[in-house]
Ligand binder design. Structure first.
Ligand code: SAM
Length: 435
């Protein structure tokens, strides 16, 4: 792989003799040749620039000087790379394409840049011209951008990076995510612990943890990358959907539509309305309409929720859409009811978690569950959580299992005059759920 860099500051490229690129040069894996543009300048002052035609500030690099330089250096099959803030933002995909070509010639601009006819001429001659930008900011010259391109392409050349696996897992790899956070020794540094899951030796859990972190980080820092994944249908796993939902993304529409919060007094009427809408859907078929209505009128009113929060319960909600409507809520209590508390002494309790049916399968329930439990841990220091669910509610049971809950008992309770049977589930809150 050959690089030719043409610049008015050839000394700048001493940096390419260092580190891996330096080693690769010595090993003959890459051949980097640096040229001084002034070698092709003429006249007493070896000028490479002149005033901008049509007026304006600064100076522009002359096409005739660049023409002489490029005619000498360009070889068959070369790409002419021209760094410029008005170019296409350089991406990993570009580097992957560039590593396939035999020669890359980088033309480093200075001043206000290179006369536009240079790119036009070589393009018309059939040379692939790649005008690229390092980002939305302006540097003084193309040298930094040239080093970035040479280093970025070089590390993709076979034999450059010791462990080629590391190229697959990186930020901006074909996965389209930023990399997960990385850690090394010591295990605790300045009071900050390395996440325990990384010591578990459980490769599936570590993989899931890393993917969760990569998704969350990408959603927070690079919404554009998440949108590209969603559009490309690349969010495949259910757990992916929940992580993205927890960051606000509706993966069904690609819109950034969700907000999670702890409910305040003013939210309670909306919570009660949602509770009244969703409760009947989760009732066993044996429950009569009158029984259901009675339960709603007694336990799911705004006042009932107010009493619960005054008694120490915490309600968390998910809002969605332009009107920010409450579409899901969870109600957690610091202690489980007496009939099941002994199954996990000290555990907090998820008393209710309901999602508007329109949002079933959207990841909202899972994301809300994790949000509500994180709230319980920070609020009450809970290390375990209990909940009960009707024995016939298969969907809920599957959901709790996926979220790390294990069956630990049974209970019965009455709605009206009818006896209902629940399974009781527990989850250890000191470890991440397996998912
Ligand atoms: N007048 C130019 C404009 O507004 O687009 C900026 C010229 S800049 C001061 C001089 C040279 O620095 C450019 O020709 C280019 O080689 C390089 N340069 C500056 N910012 C860059 C960036 N973000 N990406 C790539 N090259 C850049």
């Amino acid at each position: 792989m050959r690089f030719d860099i043409i610049s008015t500051f050839p000394e700048f490229f001493a940096a390419l003799d260092l580190s891996l690129v330096g080693k690769a040069q010595k090993a003959g894996v890459v051949d980097i040749r640096v040229h001084n543009l002034r070698d092709w300048a003429e006249g007493k002052h070896l000028a490479v620039d002149d005033t901008p035609t049509g007026g304006g500030a600064g100076m522009v690099m002359r096409p005739d000087v660049w023409g002489r330089a490029l005619d000498t250096v360009l070889e068959e099959g070369a790409v002419l790379a021209i760094p410029t803030p008005s170019g296409k933002p350089l991406t990993q995909r570009d580097l992957e394409a560039l590593v396939q070509v035999p020669q890359i010639v980088v033309a480093c601009g200075r001043y206000e840049g290179i006369d536009a006819r240079v790119a036009e001429h070589y393009g018309a001659e059939g040379i692939r011209v790649f005008e690229y930008s390092l980002g939305d900011y302006v540097l003084n010259g193309g040298e930094v951008a040239a080093v970035a391109l040479v280093e970025g392409v070089s590390r993709l050349v076979d034999g450059m990076v010791g462990n080629p696996e590391s190229l697959v897992e990186e930020s901006h790899s074909v996965e389209g995510l930023l990399e997960y956070p990385v850690y090394t020794q010591p295990r605790e540094w300045r009071g900050i612990e390395t996440p325990a899951v990384l010591f578990s030796g459980d490769h599936a859990r570590i993989r899931r943890w890393r993917r969760d972190r990569a998704l969350a980080r990408t959603a927070d820092r690079r919404p554009d990358m998440i949108n590209a994944l969603v559009e490309g249908g690349k969010i495949l796993e259910r757990a992916d959907v929940e992580v993205l939902t927890s960051r606000g993304v509706d993966v069904r529409t690609g819109r950034w539509d969700y907000s999670f919060s702890v409910a305040e007094e003013s939210d309670l009427s909306e919570v009660a309305a949602l509770a009244a809408r969703t409760f009947p859907l989760a009732c066993p078929p044996t429950a009569t309409e009158t029984e259901i209505r009675e339960h709603i009128d007694t336990h799911l009113t705004e006042n009932a929720f107010r009493e619960l929060t005054r008694g120490g319960a915490s309600i968390t909600t998910v809002r969605s859409g332009p009107e920010l409507v409450v579409v899901a809520y969870a109600l957690c209590e610091p202690n489980a009811p007496d009939d099941i508390a002994s199954l996990s002494p000290g555990a907090c309790y998820v008393s209710k978690i309901y999602t508007d049916p329109e949002f079933h399968g959207s990841g909202v329930s899972g994301a809300l569950m994790e949000f509500a439990l994180a709230d319980a841990v920070s609020r009450w220091g809970s290390t375990a959580v209990l909940l009960g669910t009707n024995q016939s509610n298969r969907r809920a049971i599957r959901f709790y299992r996926r979220h790390g809950f294990k069956k630990c008992g049974r209970r019965t309770f009455e709605v009206g005059k009818r006896i209902h049977r629940d399974f009781v589930y527990v989850r250890d809150l000191t470890v991440d759920p397996p998912r």
